[in-house]
Design a protein around this ligand. Structure first.
Ligand SMILES: CC(C)(COP(=O)(O)OP(=O)(O)OC[C@H]1O[C@@H](n2cnc3c(N)ncnc32)[C@H](O)[C@@H]1OP(=O)(O)O)[C@@H](O)C(=O)NCCC(=O)NCCS
Length: 205
């Protein structure tokens, strides 16, 4: 993404070096990382993430294989409130990830940031499929995904090792036609997801 995407309060943009402190507050907070694929990381990791993304953007532009976006809410200050990641993998496909600082959750920021990232993924990048792997108890993330049009596709057993244990993920997928259909409707019309029905039955893939 080489330009800002803005809607309402939320701006999705490329990282700048001064984002390190804001990102450190996100990936260094166990309240956030308990839902991610890694445990809380020190500030040096936030520095490496931000600088690595800046270098990849300068080197590869829109053809990079991993796109990181800062989620900015200018009225809350200059530090980003979170990030979105699109990792290209497969045929015109990408894996999506996102996180919002604990103090900034519940205000619709992830919903809008994901919507903008998908616009970029299916627009400028011309992708056909985006997926997101979500912990079976992560109802907030499932709601964000459902509002964007994702549907549950199956359960990945022992997908990540985090918080000292293996954890399954529920794989959510969004295809271009799904996204085009959801883009034409109001976000509020997305169905309530609830936990997928196979949550209660780990034997069903
Ligand atoms: C998931 C996450 C990104 C959501 O960010 P956010 O900015 O709070 O999300 P939004 O405010 O846009 O939307 C959250 C939705 O989840 C709902 N929600 C929140 N907690 C919930 C819960 N415990 N059960 C059910 N729904 C819940 C909210 O009501 C809202 O839905 P609504 O708009 O229909 O009311 C944030 O909680 C986070 O960073 N979590 C830790 C990291 C993470 O889980 N990343 C995703 C990994 S797959």
């Amino acid at each position: 993404m080489t330009r800002d995407h803005r809607n309402g309060a939320v701006v999705l943009r490329e990282f700048v070096e001064t984002d390190v402190a804001g990102i450190a507050r996100v990936i260094g907070d166990p309240r956030v990382t308990r839902w991610l694929s890694f445990d809380a990381r020190p500030p040096e990791a936030a520095h490496a993430l931000v600088v690595g993304a800046i270098e990849a953007a300068a080197r590869d532009g829109d053809s990079r294989v991993e796109h990181y976006f800062a989620v900015d809410v200018p009225e809350r200050g200059t530090d980003p409130v979170g990030f979105v990641r699109l990792g290209l993998s497969g045929v015109r496909a990408a894996k999506l990830g996102y996180a919002i600082a604990a103090s900034c959750q519940g205000r619709g920021y992830a919903t809008e940031a994901v919507r903008q990232a998908l616009g970029f993924a299916f627009g400028a990048l011309g992708l056909h499929r985006v997926s997101v792997a979500i912990g079976p108890d992560n109802l907030a993330s499932m709601r964000v995904a459902a509002k964007a049009g994702f549907v549950p596709e199956g359960r990945i057993r022992d997908h990540v090792f985090t918080n000292g244990a293996w954890r399954d993920s529920i794989l959510y997928g969004l295809l271009r036609p799904d996204w085009e259909a959801v883009s034409r409707t109001e976000p509020s019309s997305a169905p309530e997801p609830g936990p997928p029905s196979w949550n209660a039955d780990p034997g069903i893939p």
